[in-house]
Design a protein around this ligand. Structure first.
Ligand SMILES: [Fe+2]
Length: 254
């Protein structure tokens, strides 16, 4: 399995604290059936700054540690970029790292409480530069939870989305779990990833989440998500299903 979002790089954000912790995380990932992870440290989320050149150097180093420890896990380049007004300038300054540094996809994080008014414009501008933003864990965004039509609009604009495996299996509560299902029901989810931070409560739960999806939707839906991660890794475009709009509430019922 391929995990396109996790915090396995040591000492750069609220994920792995040190190399040993990264090795423990890697072992857990491999045990759960993961063969490739994208190391996606936070960037500009009001607390952490991790620019492209630093991430590349750290990924090379961690990759060597995994080889020395004989861990069959390939690390890929990535970054979890918090949306900000100067994002395009950061891109010009080579601070932004797209997945595998291919200039095609990037993980884009919204603030947890809201969707900035310029989000749609930013998606448009990124697309113009050939970069498709993948909005990470939309199911955990308060504004989207209250107004899912906003998410439909962002996907219509051309953004892709990634649901977090822990949300799918209920680790963030029932409300976020049922919103995750609703996002999938409306064909607004394109990837599933762990967003793992440790080997504890925010670990590598991709396998469990795929099991849940298979039980709920059938194996085809699991294949859809897995195939999209593979296409992404090969530098190809993921499959995009036609998004289904949210219907108006009738007598307070969806
Ligand atoms: Fe993350």
């Amino acid at each position: 399995m391929i995990d396109i979002h996790c915090h396995i790089l040591p000492g750069v954000d609220d994920g792995s604290t040190e190399v040993d912790a990264s090795i423990s995380m890697a072992k857990k990932a491999v045990e759960s059936g993961i063969t490739h992870v994208y190391a996606t440290p936070h960037h500009l989320n009001e607390k952490y700054v991790n620019v492209k050149r630093d991430i590349i150097a750290r990924v090379v180093k961690l990759s060597e540690s995994f080889q020395q420890a004989d861990i069959p896990l390939t690390i890929h380049l990535g970054q979890e970029v918090r949306i900000h007004r100067d994002l395009l300038t950061s891109l010009e300054k080579e601070e932004i790292l797209t997945l595998d540094d291919k200039g095609r996809h990037m993980l884009l994080e919204l603030p947890s409480g809201r969707v900035p008014t310029y989000t749609q414009d930013m998606i448009y501008e990124l697309l113009l530069q050939g970069i498709t933003p993948i909005i990470v864990h939309p199911e955990r965004n308060k504004e989207l939870l209250e107004n899912p039509k906003r998410l439909f609009e962002l996907v219509q604009e051309g953004a892709l989305t990634q649901i977090t495996s822990g949300s799918m299996i209920g680790n963030f509560g029932k409300r976020i779990q049922s919103f995750s299902k609703k996002i999938i029901d409306h064909n607004l989810a394109h990837f599933l990833a762990t967003d793992a931070h440790n080997i504890g409560s925010r670990g590598f739960t991709l396998h469990e989440a795929y099991d849940t999806i298979t039980k709920m939707y059938g194996i085809e839906r699991t294949f859809y998500f897995k195939e999209n991660a593979e296409l992404l890794m090969k530098g190809q475009s993921p499959a995009i299903e036609k998004p289904a709009p949210f219907k108006k509430k009738i007598l307070g019922i969806f």
